[in-house]
Design a protein. Structure first.
Lengths: 350, 330
């Protein structure tokens, strides 16, 4: 049993590891090209992120939203859609969390749940135009989601500047009230990570253990067969983007309700921006499987938190996003694994 | 029969444009400023959209246009500073650099059998991270770089109605590219082969033409044109560089391609429409009496909303049969 499981996951695992190694190699080459010391930079990254308990907590806190935005993308891929709307839906989730968390007064517990659910709802609402355009007008989801991401950016900035700004500190929105905050576990890690992980397992259950999930996956893997057995494609479209929206909305909420010390978002949206795009990497490294995504997100969380320590060597931390891009490109190449294996083992694989 | 129909649409379009401009001038929006910005905003869109049309006709879908825009905007400025000339930067840092990215993308989509949409998105994510890194590495300052105004590509100034209408020579170049690509695609053997590579790759393979070479060529041209568009943004239009300079225009160009159903001329027309919506946003934002009433955030949404609405109106179109599929000989 155990060996069968290992056999099943061996190839995807090796492919992901290979892509990650390739990403780091390209990152090192780029750093060396511009006169930085790659080894010093990478060791600063690792020592900063996993060299201390605080670092590990911060890395996990960074990983939390990536699991969820990764899930958005993964559900899309499983259903056959390229959903890159997590970015904008996360902005909406963040402002949704503030709408309930900062303004309304409720007892602890209820307040937290209400703010979390409303954030998810806001993320999901933002997915509806994508589904409608896809189902009824055939508009490609890549274009519509990216356009909605930009509209969300301006809309949320408007809401912060005109309606939810913190008096005296106009650069950010009102922080959420103490009754709408997840408990701090250490550094900026809060109990919201458990909510995120629970949502991942909920998604796993839904996709692999229910008829609805089967319909989604069948539409993704074999649309002809899905149509033949009478699966309603409009329902699949709406369900897939809606679920993705819920996950992305929750991702936005984690940055507001579960991220000290600010407990809010800045007008620049600096603490939610690019979560959606980093999530694509998490989904692909985790092979679009909820459990895989959790581990991939932790890896990316380490990378993104540790990147801050490369700054002491003058390296811009955004380089890790470039590494993420290389990993995504490497994972898009089915031939890569075969070529490298042949190179190393000296014979044709399979 | 085909040409008169196109011509009549052209006349209707121009009449509608004059009507819109006239009615906008009633609320105090200067038509000259509006058209000037429209032509500027249209230029990178046209270049990328026409390149993508060619690429998709050949069967390669590259959604990494935004990534190419980002990277070439930086390399364009970098090379312009080295060469000491804006057009030089546009050629080396834009066309050549973009062409190399396109070549790479072509190779991985053919011989590498890449999942092209995933690879394209990877290119975008790469650009998103690489550009801020590159800006710090090159100029040791995060996120923004001002360069010598002498490097900005000179515009052609046409006196119109008591003022000057500034037209970039690159805009004229872009329009020429549209015509050239249209002729290549529909009137030459190479064009026929490009179309076959996307529609029925077996056919040209049997005829002894290498499908992969055709696709790599198309992808390289697409990259080069997109690269010129990317370098044009700082060097021909804004006169400065920020890390968010592209602002999703790579995806608006993709939308223009979808809107046009892969026809280069229609892609140019839709680029004009999207450019116009952007020009409108820019002009409205600085028009007294408007900027006080409507928060500028809503005006900034106009191009993106226009893109969605335009796509919703045209709906889905027919695309080449072998689009996005690597060619594997049976």
């Amino acid at each position: 049993m155990a060996s069968a499981v290992i056999q099943k996951f061996k190839r995807p695992l090796l492919e992901s590891l290979l892509a990650i190694i390739l990403g780091f190699i390209v990152g090192a080459i780029v750093m060396a090209m511009f006169g930085y010391d790659p080894i010093a930079a990478y060791s600063a990254l690792l020592i900063g992120s996993i060299g201390s308990l605080d670092g590990i907590c911060e890395s996990l806190a960074n990983a939390t939203p990536l699991m969820l935005t990764g899930l958005t993308f993964a559900i899309g891929m499983k259903s056959g859609y390229f959903n890159v709307g997590a970015e904008g839906q996360a902005y909406l989730g963040a402002i949704g969390a503030i709408m309930i968390g900062s303004v309304i007064h409720l007892p602890y517990g209820i307040h937290l749940a209400a703010a979390t659910l409303f954030a998810m709802f806001m993320g999901a609402i933002w997915s509806l135009p994508v589904s409608a355009l896809k189902a009824w007008r055939g508009v490609h989801e890549v274009v519509s989601t990216i356009m909605l991401n930009w509209i969300a950016l301006f809309f949320v900035r408007y809401l912060i500047e005109y309606h939810y700004y913190e008096p005296g500190r106009a650069e950010r929105a009102m922080p959420v009230l103490p009754t709408a905050r997840y408990q701090v576990l250490g550094a900026s890690l809060t109990t919201v990570i458990f909510v995120a992980v629970a949502f991942m397992f909920f998604a796993y259950f839904l996709l692999w253990r229910t008829t609805l999930g089967y319909e989604l996956r069948l539409t993704g893997s074999n649309p002809e067969a899905a149509r033949y057995i009478g699966i309603n494609s409009t329902r699949v479209i709406f369900l897939n983007f809606f679920l993705g929206g819920l996950a992305a909305g929750l991702a936005g909420a984690t940055q507001v309700l579960g991220r000290p010390p600010s407990w809010t978002i800045y007008k620049t949206l600096g603490n939610v921006i690019n979560l959606g795009f980093d999530g694509i990497g998490a989904a692909l490294i985790g092979r679009n499987h909820p459990v895989g995504i959790i581990f991939a997100s932790i890896f990316l969380g380490i990378l993104s938190y540790g990147a801050k320590f490369m700054m002491y060597l003058g390296v811009d931390p955004d380089l890790t996003r470039a590494i993420n891009g290389v990993i995504i490109i490497a994972l898009s190449l089915p031939e890569l694994y075969r070529i490298i294996r042949r190179f190393i083992v000296g014979r044709e694989a399979e | 029969m085909k040409i008169p129909k196109k011509l009549s649409w052209f006349i209707i379009g121009v009449a509608a444009l004059i009507g819109i401009l006239f009615s906008l001038s009633m609320v105090g929006i200067e038509p000259r400023d509006l058209l000037e910005t429209t032509f500027m905003a249209m230029t990178p869109l046209i270049l990328a959209a026409v390149g993508e049309c060619l690429d998709e006709k050949a069967g390669v879908v590259n959604i990494g246009l935004e990534g190419i825009f980002l990277i070439t905007a930086v390399t364009g400025v970098y090379w312009a500073e080295i060469v000491g000339d804006g057009v030089g930067g546009l050629i080396i840092g834009g066309a050549i650099m973009g062409g190399l990215i396109g070549l790479f993308f072509g190779i991985i989509s053919t011989y590498g059998k890449a999942a092209q949409v995933v690879a394209g998105m990877g290119l975008n994510v790469f650009g998103l991270g690489f550009v801020p890194f590159l800006m710090v590495a090159l100029w040791a300052f995060p996120g923004i770089h001002m360069f010598d105004p002498k490097l900005v590509i000179r515009t052609i100034d046409i006196p119109v109605g008591g003022g000057l209408f500034r037209l970039s020579p690159i805009t004229i170049f872009a329009i020429i590219v549209v015509i050239v690509v249209d002729i290549i695609l529909y009137r030459t053997l190479l064009g026929l082969r490009i179309q076959a590579a996307g529609e029925k790759p077996e056919a040209i393979d049997v005829a002894g033409v290498n499908v992969n070479h055709i696709r790599i060529l198309a992808s390289t041209i697409c990259g080069a044109l997109t690269g010129i568009g990317g370098a044009f943004m700082p060097l021909g239009w804004f006169g400065g560089l920020v890390k968010e300079i592209t602002a999703g225009r790579g995806f608006i160009a993709l939308a223009a391609v979808v809107f046009a159903g892969l026809d280069p001329i229609l892609a140019a027309v839709s680029s004009f429409i999207f450019g116009f919506s952007e020009g409108l946003a820019f002009t409205v934002m600085i028009t007294p009496g408007v900027k006080e009433v409507v928060p500028h955030y809503f005006i900034k949404m106009i191009p993106y909303i226009a893109t969605i609405v335009a796509l919703a109106i045209v709906g889905s179109k027919r695309f080449p049969k072998a689009l996005g599929k690597p060619y594997i000989r049976e």
